[in-house]
Design a protein. Sequence first.
Length: 332
Amino acid sequence: MSVRQVGGLTAEPGSVVKGYLGGVSLGSGMQVRIPAVVVNGRRDGPVLVVVTGVHGPEVAPMAATVAAVRSAASEDLAGCFIAVTVANPLAVQLGEYTTPLDDKNLSGPLYYPGNPAGSPTERMAAAISQALERASVVLDMHSNGVPSIPFAILNRSLARDQKTLDDADRYAGAFGVTPIDWERDQPTNIAGSSMVRGIPAMTVELTANVHIIPEVVEMGKRGILNVMKEMGVLAGRPEPQALPRLKGDFVFYGMLRASGAGFLFIKKTAGEKIRKGEVVAEIIDHFGDVREEIAMPITGYLWAYRVTSSRSHIINEGDEIAFIFRDRRDPL
Ligand SMILES: [Zn+2]
């Protein structure tokens, strides 16, 4: 039976400890504190660390994680579940992707151990690293607006060794959403930073951002509990998700960019197979004229349409409007 020490939090065997991992003091006297829950089992076993709230508008995974905490807290765990539920409280409070104090993205190569003497965002990353350093498996959970599909980004090329790679694939399978590889030379986020250290990790993307939709919360919660089952922390076998996974060997391809400006009229939805040259979306301007028909550059899929710099589906010239991925078995 192990006592778990996570930053300043101490969790005895069979206890649930709620507290803060540290944070940033503001000049007004406000304290920005990063909440965490440690659900420590009575029996020894591996440690799952789930981080949510790295990006402010992505509320659905935060809700899914607190739902998973509530469920796990009533179970007899063999191991430990550490949830960092609101990783960037300032960004979450204001619905921003970056930290308003230094305009930095907490989704960066800022971890293990990070820089506790750095900028506000770097200090928050260092505080979160106290949890990550305890992890056997890491889930960094994010979300997209609608329409989008649920999926898990894997940075397979960053895996320290074959076991890390195989385990990451296995846990993505257990979570139960479509795995999509994103080839990287170096880590750009929490999951990649974990993979290079030999900790199986993925970036999960759910299908709602600012709204808390019951089916999306259930999917995220089930995925977290499924990973805990696959790890042996929870008893039982992973349960299938309500939405089946896409079949294929998927890899991120690139962004779809608009040249016209106006309103986004979607012709093809997320997860639908789209042939090269097919019209994905029309941009129609404020007079009702079609400014652009945006064609698919390859045969592939979109995982989500983006919320643009206007924070909506109003499209500005040059905006990236969607994420493209492809099946490696299809010709480019
Ligand atoms: Zn995100």
